[in-house]
Write a protein that binds this ligand. Sequence first.
Ligand code: HEM
Length: 418
Amino acid sequence: MSEKTKVVTDNADASLSLYHLLDPETRACPYPLYHRLREQDPVHWDAYLHAWVVTRYDDVVTVLQRFSAARSPTPEQLTAIGLTELNPIAQVLIRQMLFMDPPGHTRLRALAAAAFTPARVETLVQHIQEITDSLIDTVLPRGRMDVIADLANLLPATVTAELMGVPVADRDQLKEWSIDFSEMLGNFQHNPGRTPRMLQVVEEMTSYYRARMKELEHNPKAGVVHALMSAEVNGDRLTEEEVIANSIITMTGGQETTTNLIGNGLLALMQNPDELSRLRNDPSLVPAAVEELLRYESPIQYTFRLAPEDLELGGKLIRKRQAVMAVLGAANHDPARFPDPDRLDVTRKDNRHLAFGWASHYCFGAPLARVEGQIAFSTLLQRLQDLKLEPVPLVWRHNMIFRGLERLPISFRPAGKR
Ligand code: HEM
């Protein structure tokens, strides 16, 4: 270890650790922690996470562009450190595009793109409005709803089932698995007690997609699973295990994130009534508002990479294969990139936020997520008036990566009624 790195390690400042994302106060508002990190130590050695934490916009872009995404330990590496029991999880993760570098990533992404065509998104878009309307129809007579349970969970779960080409009747099961999977990605290293549950979830999801693949061989049905099974680029096809692993990441990638876009976004609008009014008065602002809500309360707070070689970032020496947390939520509040970053501005210009990541791993489902968000917010604003938060404490989910609310109970008046 170099002198420079050693000094930083020895001076570990506990108050700057990203671990505080598990404290209720920091979960409620992580931005003061991010501002301190960015101002005091923008490339920070977090001795508690044993990783570098990067919070400036430009540095986060550099990490996403240049560092290695092949960060899931291989089954061989797990065995070498005595964690053989985790191998079934690693077997799935190492086959998912999210955890790959080129050329494996380029190949998978090209095959998956063949499965997720603009025509497929177009068909789904028509359904998103119908699904949103029917969910709002159910709560309208009550005059109150829990936005998370009644809309933000069910809309992406239904859309995901349709996207995958699996029965919509399975949507509650898909949602449950996605919650568990995001729990694993967001908390796993801090919660070894959950290993048995995680192994069970990975096994259940794997068996589920294996069975759907068998059915689809005989009865083809449009959707990501079938498209991945039949995708072919220059004679290259995916193996069964690759279809399963990438069905799992597509299914889980699109749920917790979109749930949180809707929940976090509506809360932010209700806490900024002037911005809410601007949006009500001019619905053409909805697409720009969705980008601003993604920036302002990003559903994924950070992702991580490994240093591809010894290199310097922000004056710090990062050793080859050290982990680097790229804090998207902090980059999206960097005043060097976004003027007055803690202000919600639904008309913000030049809003190139990092909520969907950057470069080769840029979110595969971003076009779909954007449309879901736009339809959810415009329908809520058209059909509900006098939105009020119910007087109950807001509880943020116990997850370091995924930022979202447990519940968002509100009351309202159906539009057009006095
Ligand atoms: C508001 C909703 C969403 C947000 C905020 C979001 C965010 C992200 C981010 C930040 C990444 C990059 C992670 C990294 O570089 O480590 C990513 C990748 C990905 N997302 Fe999304 N996502 C959303 C919705 C979706 C949807 C709807 C789908 C599925 C249709 C999806 C599927 C994926 C997949 C498969 C990847 C991996 C891409 C790759 O590795 O090349 N996401 N997403």
